[in-house]
Design a protein around this ligand. Sequence first.
Ligand SMILES: *Cc1c(COP(=O)(O)O)cnc(C)c1O
Length: 361
Amino acid sequence: MSKIQFVDLQAQYRGISDEVNKAIARVLEKGDFILGNDVSRFEDEFAAYSGCKHGVGVGSGTEALHLALMACDVGPGDEVITTANTYIATVLAISYVGARPVLVDVDPETYNIDVKKIEKAITKKTKAIIPVHLYGQPADMDSVMAIARQDKLKVIEDACQAHGAEYKGKRVGSIGDIGCFSFYPGKNLGAYGDGGMITTTDNILADRVRMLRNYGQREKYHHLVKGFNSRLDTMQAAILRVKLKRLGEWNEQRRRHAYEYNKLLKGKVAIPYESPETWHIYHLYVVRVNDRDKIMEEFNNAGIATGIHYPVPIHLQEAYKDLGYKAGGFPITEDYAKKILSLPIFPELTSENIRKIAEIL
Ligand SMILES: *Cc1c(COP(=O)(O)O)cnc(C)c1O
């Protein structure tokens, strides 16, 4: 019986190996491993793709968020609003700059930040909002931007799961003040190692993150701020340039798979809701089920990998006990954490795979 992986990176590599191998060889022959030509080329290409003026390659998605917060002058004593259902990295970045994460529950349909609950979370200390485009579906950005403008808050988009997703025709990462992307291998646009990107059209923010990722310098050995070593590798940039050309097609394939799942699963389990204002790119295909443990076991027995994104909400994590939130504080997030189940979705998945998975479910 053939197994179905959660993401099949080897299958993807087989389809692009000639071009990828050539790109790697080009970097090796040139030897420009740190902030080389492929980094600046990829930054320009990704910025153009995302509808932004600037792209700044960094070490990871987590670092993109960290440096974006620093560039926005968020620090100790400040509060940053984000969602209780996100990957831990969103919240860790807030902690890195010494600010306090303030959590908001999710919208029951979209799983994204419930914009109706943001205003109640704002205090005099609030400096920024980080909407997360979870699973590849953009958050309700018009509402987020309206609230932010009214209270003069910065908006940092966590687009780490949403490369190429659109909100009212605009690509994510170009709507807030600054956008953060991850190129972790399993993301819709993934490197062969860690990597990340900051997008913005603000010249000042772009200049700041460019300095921050490279020891706080514009000019070698002249350090204007206490920066970091957080640069996108030239080798990864060269690989990502090959993959960026295919991202649109890959995202389309994911969407087709999602619709195929929808057709087969509708009325049987809670399927994902796609807002008509968005172009969802299905980084994850998440359903809600009762009896999840049993279902996961069935999948496991059939050799099919599934996941949970995420099993423990941020406020119930040991590491965030200090925030003082209690169980029951974010009822939708907590209820969903017990029911959500991520099914395999990646471009190379076949209709036969999808039928088999739906049948077991
Ligand atoms: C993957 C991810 C990150 C972190 O990206 P890394 O490149 O792994 O550091 C941050 N936020 C969200 C929502 C993510 O999915």
